[in-house]
Design a binder for this molecule. Structure first.
Ligand SMILES: *[C@@H]1O[C@H](CO)[C@@H](O)[C@H](O)[C@H]1NC(C)=O
Ligand SMILES: *[C@@H]1O[C@H](CO)[C@@H](O)[C@H](O)[C@H]1NC(C)=O
Ligand SMILES: *[C@@H]1O[C@H](CO)[C@@H](O)[C@H](O)[C@H]1NC(C)=O
Ligand SMILES: *[C@@H]1O[C@H](CO)[C@@H](O)[C@H](O)[C@H]1NC(C)=O
Ligand SMILES: *[C@@H]1O[C@H](CO)[C@@H](O)[C@H](O)[C@H]1NC(C)=O
Ligand SMILES: *[C@@H]1O[C@H](CO)[C@@H](O)[C@H](O)[C@H]1NC(C)=O
Ligand SMILES: *[C@@H]1O[C@H](CO)[C@@H](O)[C@H](O)[C@H]1NC(C)=O
Ligand SMILES: *[C@@H]1O[C@H](CO)[C@@H](O)[C@H](O)[C@H]1NC(C)=O
Ligand SMILES: *[C@@H]1O[C@H](CO)[C@@H](O)[C@H](O)[C@H]1NC(C)=O
Length: 500
């Protein structure tokens, strides 16, 4: 009697407990495979700013990222079998090796192709003591190149930084095997005192070699896809063809790492095409999906208006799927996207009361001061839109950020080019000024988007580079008055009396 009462109580309690947790547990907002937030993986640390794989790069990544950020190390082996973190097996890029060992260049076959370079396998760990890390991408800051950052082993990165997550990428297992160095032996021995959370590689055979060699709590194996037309070196199949059989990939890996374009392809003008079903397909096959290629300074689709946060959000918070992690050179932006900006959409409440004021309207997306630029600024949530006022020959005030029409329109290619004049009060060069054309003549011009970073080959929204029309000050004011979201306008007058 006593025993069955106790049993009954037990059943009731369990039942209550179960229904309570079901009700309390919010449904995960993340469409990742696990339902957890996507992981932020810093490629070589904060490599967008510091030399790739330097301890400062790793340290800065941890300081500026989500708490569980993962440090990514590209593992290379030295002649004496030490595992170092370095972005490539060719050390001439991103280190001072050419200066330290001017005669160290050798030719080795890499995936069957004879290749020249300063290879890690030609140097011992001790040889590399004198070699320093520098930036590999020359458009980035050289500010830290003189800091004498040394090359670290995997063990050093682990002991110095104690990351919550460590990801080792093995880009070239077959190459090291040809040189009688075993990446798998290195990894097994390193795992004795380093906690390795993820291991990735673009080589299928590598996974066959390491399968079963780690204990029960071993690393997650991630198969890395290279460009679709590239041939995987150990199966002689293209990555595109391997992609068509995710069941096969699942036999040796539990995740995949793909370039951004596998998920959100681009057309040849760098605009987004519709997303592929890769993330959903891989999740159905039980594979996590990690995506590479995120950086704040290169390779971003025009659709994002150079805003890296909106790019991350389109991979992690698009309503249909979320990738399971992003590999970034600027992990601070990935972290902010995941932790601060996801699931907000347009419902975010203002945290600080300051004004967002447009510059020539949404002039990063459309030719400045055109109707389309102003519409865009208003849609994007500007509080104040601005009109730099210029005057036409017939005395009509209109919005234009340059008194010289040749800088903002196609006028140089029209017959109005003859109206070029020299006005020393404005410029030592000749210009085709607003006060030399009537408003109706100005209206016939085609506006041009401004491209201040042309020298870096960074162009703005090419599809809309000639879109929109210049508008009169009165039209600008009418537009502002009809908007419900603006709190004001900014009128600026740069040149009030250009001619006598
Ligand atoms: C190694 O880097 C140097 C300089 O960046 C380059 O000339 C050479 O082609 C590279 N070799 C390989 C194997 O990538
Ligand atoms: C170094 O390698 C990176 C990545 O492959 C490449 O983008 C960069 O142009 C290379 N830099 C030099 C100086 O060769
Ligand atoms: C690797 O070892 C084999 C057998 O000992 C030897 O024949 C070969 O030359 C070695 N290769 C290299 C690159 O050292
Ligand atoms: C880890 O093991 C390696 C070789 O087994 C050893 O050289 C190294 O000192 C060890 N590191 C730590 C932190 O125990
Ligand atoms: C690899 O595949 C290509 C085309 O599928 C074929 O021409 C080539 O002979 C193959 N190479 C080897 C080593 O199997
Ligand atoms: C896909 O891979 C699985 C597992 O290796 C295999 O059984 C199957 O035949 C493959 N399917 C195709 C279409 O190649
Ligand atoms: C989500 O999926 C639907 C249906 O396939 C598609 O119409 C929509 O464009 C997708 N949205 C995004 C952001 O990918
Ligand atoms: C924004 O808030 C409205 C009203 O509260 C709600 O209906 C809508 O679903 C929210 N949108 C998003 C994307 O959260
Ligand atoms: C127009 O552009 C030229 C160079 O393209 C520049 O020197 C000049 O200052 C610009 N003029 C105005 C008024 O912005």
């Amino acid at each position: 009697m006593g025993a069955s009462t106790v049993l009954l109580c037990g059943v009731v309690l369990i039942h209550l407990f179960a229904s309570q947790t079901d009700a309390q547990r919010p449904r995960s907002p993340w469409k990742t495979l696990s339902g957890d937030a996507p992981r932020v993986i810093s490629r070589g640390g904060f490599s967008g700013l510091f030399p790739d794989s330097s301890l400062d790069a790793y340290n800065f990544a941890l300081q500026t990222s989500v708490a569980d950020a993962i440090l990514w190390c590209d593992v290379q082996l030295t002649k004496d079998g030490a595992g170092i973190c370095f972005p490539d097996l060719n050390m001439s890029n991103a280190s001072t090796i050419e200066v330290v060992y001017p005669k160290g260049q050798k030719t080795y076959p890499v995936n069957g192709v004879p290749t020249q370079g300063w290879f890690t396998v030609h140097f011992s760990l001790k040889d590399l003591n004198k070699v320093y890390l520098i930036r590999g991408i020359l458009s980035r800051s050289d500010r830290f190149d003189g800091n004498g950052y040394t090359i670290s082993t995997v063990q050093t990165v682990n002991t110095e930084l104690k990351p919550r997550g460590l990801w080792l990428n093995v880009q070239h297992d077959a190459f090291y095997a040809q040189n009688n160095l075993s990446m798998s032996n290195f990894l097994i021995s390193a795992s004795k005192n380093v906690s390795i959370d993820y291991i990735s590689s673009p080589e299928v055979n590598f996974f066959t070699k390491i399968a079963g060699r780690f204990g029960h709590n071993g690393p997650v194996f991630v198969f890395r896809f290279l460009e679709k037309e590239t041939f995987e070196p150990t199966t002689n199949r293209s990555y595109g063809s391997i992609l068509s059989n995710l069941t096969f990939v699942k036999t040796f890996a539990s995740g995949i790492l793909v370039p951004k374009s596998y998920v959100l392809p681009l057309d040849d003008k760098q605009y987004l095409l519709p997303s592929t079903s890769l993330v959903q397909d891989a999740h159905k096959a039980g594979l996590e999906v990690f995506v590479s290629g995120f950086a704040n300074d290169v390779d971003i689709a025009h659709d994002y208006s150079y805003d890296p946060v909106s790019e991350y959000l389109s991979f992690v918070d698009n309503g249909n799927f979320s990738v399971d992690g992003v590999l970034s050179d600027f992990p601070i932006s990935a972290s902010a996207s995941v932790e601060c900006f996801s699931h907000l959409r347009r419902n975010a409440t203002k945290q600080v009361d300051f004004l967002v004021i447009s510059k020539n309207g949404g002039s990063g997306d459309y030719p400045g001061c055109t109707d389309l630029a102003y519409d865009k600024a208003i849609r994007d949530g500007a509080d104040v839109i601005d009109c730099p006022v210029q005057m036409s020959r017939d005395g009509k005030p209109f919005c234009s950020h340059s008194i010289d029409l040749s800088n903002i329109t196609n006028i140089a290619q029209t017959s109005f080019a003859q109206r070029s004049t020299h006005v020393p009060e404005i410029s030592s060069n000749d210009g085709i000024y607003t006060f030399s054309l009537t408003w109706s003549e100005i209206q016939s011009l085609i506006p041009a988007i401004s491209n201040p970073y042309r020298v870096y080959n960074m162009f703005r929204n090419p599809n809309e580079k000639k879109s929109g029309k210049l508008i009169l000050l009165s039209e600008f004011l009418k537009l502002a008055k009809h908007s419900t979201s603006l709190s004001g306008v900014l009128i600026s007058v740069e040149v009030s009396s250009p001619t006598s």
